[in-house]
Structure formats: structure tokens, C-alpha cells
Design a protein around this ligand. Structure first.
Ligand SMILES: Nc1ncnc2c1ncn2[C@@H]1O[C@H](COP(=O)(O)OP(=O)(O)OP(=O)(O)O)[C@@H](O)[C@H]1O
Length: 270
């Protein structure tokens, strides 16, 4: 597959959103997003419900392609490649840009097969025992799984299942991991474990996380994008989301440049 390159991406950006508008039918869920997401860091997407965080996240690995009414204008570049160019295979995009969902969703298979299945489909021919162990180790769930690899993935706790899903994503060797509120179904201890795992993972992967939990954004992310949504005159169907401010997490939480950001992080709305 010949991949068109584009020189417009900045040196340390892995993903570049360039004037991205995403619509469901006639309704623009988010408009005119520009954002360069750096490589090897954790970037958090925060903002009130309905501002389009998940819509933007799903656009980055073309998951929105699965929603017939959803369309995208503008460009999303990944390492300089236009992800929406007609020659690009969305399945290949999802291999390079993996995703972990809100609810842990292991396959109805053994713990071992949860890892091996996807790797095999993606053509992995190396030592499967080694891959399974390494993936579970990187997702910090090896110790809990090593003596029960042949048991069902469902035999694990919710937090362990989520780390199994992270291991499954890692096994495919993506470059970017998207996480859509990965801890919202988990207890505080499991949440902490996932957060610790993220600190390790960012040494090898670019991570983008949607979170409602501002403390979590502060704890795990290097960069934060704050989105908001507004009713626009002449637009029917709901509020239109937009990116208010994108900066280092420390700056967003200590001295944001926009009053709206300050109001949001201090709990005045949302
Ligand atoms: N499949 C869909 N079809 C039609 N509209 C959708 C669809 N998914 C999302 N929307 C709309 O797009 C807008 C943005 O939704 P999205 O889920 O991306 O926001 P969000 O910021 O992630 O919200 P939350 O924090 O509540 O999960 C909302 O107005 C929502 O109703």
C-alpha cells in the first residue's frame, strides 16, 4: 500500500488534527478542531458531557466509520499520513492505533487466547507464549494471570479484565493507544493500577485518554485538551463541540489562558 506523506506535521506530533469537523447527518458534533498531539506522551481530552470528546477520539482510529451517519471534514494526520486518504485501509489504521473502551470487553475466550487471537489474525508468527507473557507484563496483570492462562477472561475482576484488554491491545504492537474513559467502570484501587500502567506504557506508546475525572487527568496526563459545546444560532440538533484550549496539563490546571477553562476546572459548570 502506498501511503501518501505530508510534510505539514510538526516534529514531535504523532497525530495532527487539522480543521476537523465531525458530523452525524447534518449535525456538527465538533467543529474546526486543530490540535497536534505529541508522541510518547499522555494527552487527556476533558470537557462537559456531549462536547464531542469520544467523537474526536473515535475519529483518530476511524472507529466512526462504523457509524453510517458520521462524516469527517478536514484532515487527521498520523506521523504525516492522512488517515482518511482513500488508499488507507481502516483496519490497518486500527492496528496501529489501538483502543481500550469504557467497559472491559474481553473476548469469550481464555486469558491466553484473548492475547493470542488478535495477534494471530494480525499475522504474528513468533513465540506466542512469550508474546502473551510480555503483553500481560506490560499491562501489569501478569502476576494475577500467570497461573490461570487457560481460564476464561471473564474469571478476572473488572479491573483485571481492563488490564487484559490493554494487554490485548499492546500485543498487536500499536503506536498509539486510545482510551475512552477506561476507568469509569472500575473501583478506585483498579483505577490506580490502570493509571500506574499508563505511566509505564507512555514510555513506548502515545496515549490519548478521554476522562471525566479531572483528578485523573492531572495525575496521568502530560497534555490536556479542554473541549466545550455551545448552542450556535442556526444550528439545530444540539450543542456544537469545539476545542477551547490545549496545553501542558500543569498549565491548564494552574494558569489556563481561557476563563472558560478556569471555570470548568474549578467546577463552575459541566
Ligand atoms: N452515534 C451517534 N449518532 C448521532 N449523534 C451522536 C452519536 N454519537 C454522539 N452523538 C452526538 O454527538 C455529540 C458529541 O457526543 P460525544 O459522545 O462525542 O460527546 P462526549 O463529550 O464524549 O460526551 P460524554 O462525556 O457524555 O461521553 C453529542 O451531541 C451526541 O449526542
Amino acid at each position: 500500500m502506498k501511503i501518501p506523506q505530508d510534510k505539514l506535521i510538526k516534529g514531535d506530533a504523532s497525530i495532527s488534527l487539522q480543521n476537523v469537523t465531525i458530523s452525524y447527518g447534518d449535525f456538527d458534533a465538533v467543529r474546526n478542531i486543530y490540535c497536534d498531539i505529541p508522541r510518547g506522551k499522555v494527552t487527556a481530552l476533558i470537557g462537559p458531557s456531549g462536547c464531542g470528546k469520544s467523537t474526536v477520539l473515535r475519529a483518530i482510529n476511524r472507529m466512526n466509520d462504523l457509524i453510517p451517519s458520521c462524516s469527517l471534514k478536514g484532515r487527521i494526520l498520523f506521523e504525516g499520513t492522512d488517515l482518511y486518504h482513500p488508499t488507507i485501509d481502516p483496519v490497518e489504521v486500527r492496528r496501529k492505533i489501538g483502543m481500550v473502551f469504557q467497559q472491559p470487553n474481553p473476548f469469550p475466550k481464555s486469558i491466553f487466547e484473548n492475547i493470542a487471537f488478535g495477534a494471530r489474525i494480525n499475522g504474528y508468527t513468533g513465540d506466542m507464549d512469550e508474546l502473551v507473557e510480555q503483553s500481560l507484563r506490560k499491562a501489569a496483570v501478569w502476576d494475577e494471570c500467570k497461573d490461570k492462562l487457560n481460564e476464561s477472561g471473564y474469571s478476572l475482576s473488572g479491573g483485571q479484565q481492563q488490564r487484559l484488554c490493554i494487554a490485548r491491545t499492546i500485543a498487536i504492537e500499536p503506536e498509539v493507544i486510545l482510551m475512552d474513559e477506561p476507568c469509569s467502570a472500575l473501583d478506585p484501587i483498579s483505577t490506580l493500577k490502570i493509571e500506574e500502567t499508563m505511566h509505564e506504557l507512555k514510555k513506548s506508546y502515545t496515549i490519548i485518554i478521554v476522562t471525566h475525572n479531572m483528578q485523573q487527568a492531572l495525575r496521568v496526563s502530560d497534555m490536556t485538551a479542554f473541549y466545550n459545546a455551545e448552542v450556535l444560532e442556526g444550528v439545530s440538533g444540539g450543542k456544537v463541540g469545539y476545542l477551547v484550549e490545549f496545553n501542558e496539563t500543569e498549565t491548564i490546571f494552574s494558569s489556563p489562558s481561557q476563563k472558560l477553562t478556569q471555570d470548568y476546572i474549578s467546577g463552575k459548570f459541566g
